[in-house]
Design a protein around this ligand. Sequence first.
Ligand code: NI
Length: 143
Amino acid sequence: MKTIYITRRETFNAAHKLYQPNWTEEKNNLVFGKCANKNWHGHNFTLFVTVKGVPNKETGFVMNLKKLSEIINTQVIESLDHKNLNLDVSYLTGIMASTENLAIAIWDQLANEIAKNGGELAKIKLIETENNFVEYFGGKEPF
Ligand code: NI
């Protein structure tokens, strides 16, 4: 039984701001800088969804990547692409719209659907800018 990891890449763009309403504007600007801009700003996000498994004897696949792409699009891309993360996304209501929280929310939207299709979600990697990205392993860090 040789476990291998497969990854599907998808992209979306979305607007957000990082702003803690309980804080003064001064403190928000100090902590979040330009990300606190009250009239929003946007990112072109790149999402990598990694699934773990053993290749099927007949197909050689851990999971059909076309099916994985379909799940990612239905479960998350449709609700995030061209949206305002602070206002438009039901599963982000009341949550600070940071890349960290977004990656965790994406995991929660995907894990069950992937499991139903025979895969095991192993990692979400979400790239916000050329220099900033986050990785989430569902609370089971591999190191
Ligand atoms: Ni931002």
